[in-house]
Ligand binder design. Structure first.
Ligand code: NAI
Length: 257
């Protein structure tokens, strides 16, 4: 039996991932604001420390075999910086010592197709530098300038870059911990309910994220990819962002052919 922490386990992709893991016999420790094993607010440093302490207590002297970070916010605003980026990175770093005890430790982050869309380079750099206060100021400026959509894209672009560095570091690759991400296209969860039901927003989204293969994804499509990244069989993938997006990245990102 493997023990896996799932953040954002109360809803959407996280809830589906947790239930698939449980159905195959794994032990899941859910982290979210409510209705889970460890209730913590990942938007604050104190909440992230409490989440790490809560998980450590439940794991005890055993190992943590996997971590999936699904907690995230789509409502444009500065809190996206704290939850999507710092709430992810601080949890991965905080749980590294427990993961290092496992014989086959795996980390799977949840990025987004939005990571390929226009973002704010200064905000990305502030995230990567670990300066949350500066990143929050830049996010507030993006809201004030009428560029609030750049915040989400920036947090996910920063995650992609952070994971490439972390995955090959002594703390992760050196400890046998595989770190990768899934970048979904549009997934039908509570996060996107409002977007897809408003014809105007839907047409903007469909233009930005065209999904020629099978259209919008059910959360299971993302969860199964996350499960593979978590599996002991995934021995050699490191620092990769796997787009599970119905072809949106292939269709929209120029590859210089
Ligand atoms: P969701 O809204 O259904 O679930 C997100 C979960 O994160 C919720 O349970 C929420 O309580 C939790 N969360 C939010 N703020 C938190 C905080 N401060 N502390 C602790 N937990 C907190 O959303 P969904 O769709 O399942 O999204 C999961 C991940 O997938 C997110 O990172 C999102 O950015 C990403 N994603 C989703 C896409 C979609 O179309 N639904 C597309 C691309 C990426």
């Amino acid at each position: 039996q493997r023990t896996v922490v799932v953040t954002g386990a109360a809803s959407g992709i996280g809830a589906t991932t947790a239930s698939l893991l449980r159905s195959r016999g794994d032990r899941v420790i859910g982290v979210d604001l409510r209705d889970v094993d460890v209730c913590a607010d990942l938007s604050t440093a104190a909440g992230r420390s409490a989440a790490v302490a809560g998980v450590a207590e439940l794991v005890g002297p055993d190992a943590l075999d996997g971590l999936v970070t699904c907690a995230g916010l789509s409502r444009a605003g500065a809190p996206q910086v704290s939850v999507n980026y710092f709430g992810t990175v601080d949890l991965v770093l905080g749980l590294q010592p427990l993961l290092a005890r496992s014989a086959a430790p795996r980390v799977a982050l949840v990025s987004s197709i939005s990571s390929t869309q226009p973002h704010d380079p200064a905000l990305v750099e502030a995230c990567l530098a670990g300066t949350e206060a500066t990143a929050l100021e830049l996010a507030e400026a993006a809201v004030a300038d009428g560029r609030p959509h750049e915040i989400y894209a920036s947090t996910k672009a920063a995650l992609n870059r952070w994971l490439r560095r972390a995955a090959v570091s002594p703390e992760f690759a050196g400890a046998g911990i595989a770190v990768n991400a899934v970048a979904p296209g549009v997934v039908l969860t509570p996060m996107t309910e409002e977007l897809v039901s408003n014809p105007q927003w839907k047409s903007v989204m469909d233009a930005a994220v065209p999904m020629p293969l099978n259209g919008y994804a059910p959360p299971e499509a993302i969860a199964h990819a996350l499960l593979w990244l978590l599996a002991p069989e995934n021995t050699h993938m490191a620092g990769q962002v796997v787009f599970v997006d119905g072809g949106a990245e292939a269709l929209t990102v120029a590859v210089g052919v």
